[in-house]
Write a protein that binds this ligand. Structure first.
Ligand SMILES: *Cc1c(COP(=O)(O)O)cnc(C)c1O
Length: 419
């Protein structure tokens, strides 16, 4: 559920009419509803009520905006970061080092050191090589890095290939069959405190079965390690729970997920970590756009909007669906192709879609754009970097300014030898 609803014929974010934001900030612009973020954070936490000990680390990469992180920090969430930049954001949002998890296959020497110095709560090691390097960096500082070993369970999450991360051929984690031996070798290093295992099989997972299968395998590995004398106290089950992108789509939600986890982990006696991203932020945001013009097409008219693939790349990159809705719907419908202005055919949001009738100048939104939206934006075609707004009741604020082409150009140089 979200807080983007029609009131008095106009689409609102909570109590703010979207045209007010478009007037003041211009379009395209992402609009987040704080009430939805808060609600999702609470629903997800409540769904885990059956677990004795757990910790939630929001996946920053799904929406790294500082205001979003601030909302989730107030809800008691920690965060999962994947880069120096995300670590910087988490610290800027005031999230304590202890509440931070660091994931990613390519953590650099510099990033490992910075994270150690920030007092990072848990490194999710993705290879033996990374563990050996981190041990050296920590030992040189007279420290021990708290770690979990990310394991690749060889389970197909049944999602888009580009966001599937738990199959044997994927780059993530260590091979399941080799995990116990690698864990033992890493646990013997002075600079590391190995405390558990981590798994994350993919994103936008729409069935509970793949996750269940992965967690069952992780439980077996945990028992093997404990049997060998390693006190495995923490189990990180990652994120990945999918969200409905289409009106009326019904997927397993946090409650079903929480019940499944409680059942699988019943006798684990471990602190369970979660790294939800999309399920918290996805439906908490829309991309507000204006129709530039409508032009005839062979099969259907083209609705050309001022948002493009550089602002929201999911349709171009994953063939993803985002519901499209007029801000002032009048009840009429049309079948159209929705495209952006970028000079690529890939800059297409929908083909032959039944939508609210719109014409040049009208405002509209792409729904469920709060996750993997602004964070994946670029300046392709020398377009501005899209701004972000957060609404809270009847107030709202720009939480990321539009970075215009002139500012981007100012960072470029022509060398003397070309002048
Ligand atoms: C991306 C990612 C997540 C979050 O995935 P969602 O599908 O947004 O919940 C969690 N953990 C890791 C390691 C990730 O890479």
């Amino acid at each position: 559920m979200d807080h983007f609803e029609i009131k008095h014929g106009v689409l609102h974010a909570e109590d703010v009419p979207l045209p007010a934001i478009a007037e003041a900030v211009g379009t395209p612009v992402y609009v987040y509803a704080r009430a939805t973020l808060t609600r999702h954070a609470r629903v997800f936490r409540e769904a885990l009520g059956g677990l004795p000990r757990f910790h939630i680390a929001f996946s920053v990469k799904s929406n790294p905006n500082l205001a979003v992180l601030s909302v989730l920090k107030r809800e008691g969430y920690g965060v999962d970061v994947t880069s120096e930049g995300e670590l910087l954001r988490a610290l800027a949002a005031g999230i304590a080092g202890d509440d931070l998890v660091f994931s990613g296959v390519g953590k650099t020497t510099r990033e490992l050191g910075l994270a150690l110095d920030a007092g990072l709560g848990q490194f999710n090691l993705e290879s033996e090589e990374e563990g050996i390097e981190l041990a050296q960096i920590a030992a040189a500082r007279g420290r021990r890095a708290v770690c979990a070993l990310r394991v690749n369970p060889d389970v197909d999450a049944g999602t888009h290939a580009k966001i599937s991360t738990g199959k044997a051929e994927n780059k993530f984690g260590v091979a399941y069959d080799r995990a116990a031996a690698i864990y033992a070798r890493l646990a013997a290093l002075d600079g590391l405190e190995m405390r558990g295992l981590a798994v994350h099989i993919g994103s936008q997972i729409t069935s509970l079965e793949p996750s269940r299968a992965a967690f069952v395998k992780m439980g077996a590995l945990m028992r093997t390690l404990r049997g060998a004398g390693f006190p495995v106290t923490h189990m990180d089950l990652g994120g990945g729970l999918g969200v409905p992108y289409r009106l009326g789509e019904v997927l397993p939600g946090p409650a079903e997920y929480g019940a499944m986890v409680a059942e699988v982990t019943r006798d684990w006696d471990a602190t369970i970590l979660f790294e939800p991203g999309r399920v918290i932020t996805g439906n908490a945001g829309v991309l507000l756009t204006r129709v530039v013009r409508v032009k005839p097409g062979v099969t259907a008219p083209f609705v050309v909007v001022d948002a493009a693939m550089n602002d929201l790349i999911r349709p171009a990159m994953y063939g993803a669906w985002h519901d499209f809705a007029a801000v002032r719907p009048d009840g009429r419908r049309m079948t159209a192709n929705i495209v952006g202005p970028v000079c690529e055919t890939g800059d297409t949001f929908a083909m032959g879609r039944d939508i609210d009738a719109v014409q040049a100048g009208d405002l509209a939104v792409f729904r469920t754009a709060g996750a993997y939206g602004a964070t994946m934006a670029s300046t392709y075609n020398s377009r501005a970097l899209v701004p972000e707004v957060m609404v809270d009741g009847d107030r709202w604020a720009v939480v990321a300014e539009r970075i215009d082409p002139a500012t981007i150009l100012a960072a470029e140089r022509v060398p003397d030898w070309l002048a």
